[in-house]
Design a protein around this ligand. Structure first.
Ligand SMILES: Nc1ncnc2c1ncn2[C@@H]1O[C@H](COP(=O)(O)OP(=O)(O)OP(=O)(O)O)[C@@H](O)[C@H]1O
Length: 244
């Protein structure tokens, strides 16, 4: 583990009505402990998970549009500035700058950037251009070939392109990397499969701040398991109004 915590520099914030300070968790959170090998961020759409992940990436020196320190500002994506970056303070022991910030929505641009700059036969990406692999294959190639120890990985919805089977394979890959003990992951997710990684720390982002919760307490787990067990009832309730 490398990154111990992220503190919000409240002393620099003057107006909580302005974005990104208007996101509810920013007002309520002072410091978030991150001293776990694997930390998940969960919560409703718009709760601010990506905003915090992006700010952490920015402060590490990763390109906030996605990539590593080598890719910093190498490719630019509209609206990729880390709005909260300057307003957080990271505490390390020890500091690392190896790693990667995965953003599903800018992965296409990242793949183009790799096409322009790769000089070693796409060795870090499974031997072929990420554009010549399916969306899920290209994500998985990155995880399989580029992710190594002695590094920190920030992943924003890595499940976006992965089938359930590949998500399970991704868990196995995480497990192999974490076994070595010198790697740290912070992952924003909506996947009940990824979230099931044993012993992970789970932070729930909500209107009143950020709190640590157990897997079974998460809405992701509860809604998914209820849906799978009571699909017909749930759909009937959902469509009730429409059919009247
Ligand atoms: N450039 C921006 N200007 C103003 N508001 C923004 C901007 N970018 C994001 N927001 C708002 O900030 C809030 C937090 O967005 P963020 O993307 O961090 O949420 P999230 O928890 O990652 O959501 P999701 O689960 O949908 O990915 C949202 O309400 C969003 O609309």
């Amino acid at each position: 583990m490398f990154l111990k915590s992220a503190r919000i520099k409240k002393e620099l914030i003057h107006d909580f009505r302005e974005y990104p300070f208007s996101i509810p968790f920013v007002r309520h959170l002072d410091e978030l402990d991150l001293d776990a090998p694997i930390t998940f961020f969960v919560g409703e759409n718009g709760a601010g998970k990506s905003t915090l992940l992006e700010a952490i990436a920015d402060q590490i020196g990763f390109n906030p549009a996605g990539g590593s320190t080598q890719n910093y500002q190498a490719f630019d994506v509209h609206k990729s500035d880390a709005a909260l970056g300057e307003f957080i303070k990271l505490a390390w022991w020890p500091k690392v700058t190896n790693g990667f910030f995965l953003r599903a929505e800018t992965f296409y641009q990242f793949a183009s950037h790799v096409d322009e700059t790769d000089r070693n036969g796409y060795r870090s990406y499974g031997g072929k251009s990420l554009h010549h692999q399916s969306h899920g294959e290209s994500f998985f190639s990155l995880f399989q070939h580029r992710f190594k120890g002695n590094a920190i990985y920030l992943l924003d919805e890595p499940e976006a392109a992965l089938s359930p089977t590949r998500q399970l394979a991704f868990l196995a890959l995480l497990h192999d990397l974490l076994k070595e003990g010198n790697v740290q992951f912070i992952i924003a997710t909506h996947s009940p499969i990824l979230l099931g990684y044993p012993g992970a720390r789970i932070y729930h982002f909500h209107e009143n701040g950020v709190e640590e919760i157990d897997y079974e307490q998460t809405e992701l787990y509860q809604v998914t398991s209820y849906f799978l067990q009571h699909r017909e009832k749930m759909l009937a309730d959902l469509f009730e109004d429409e059919e009247e």
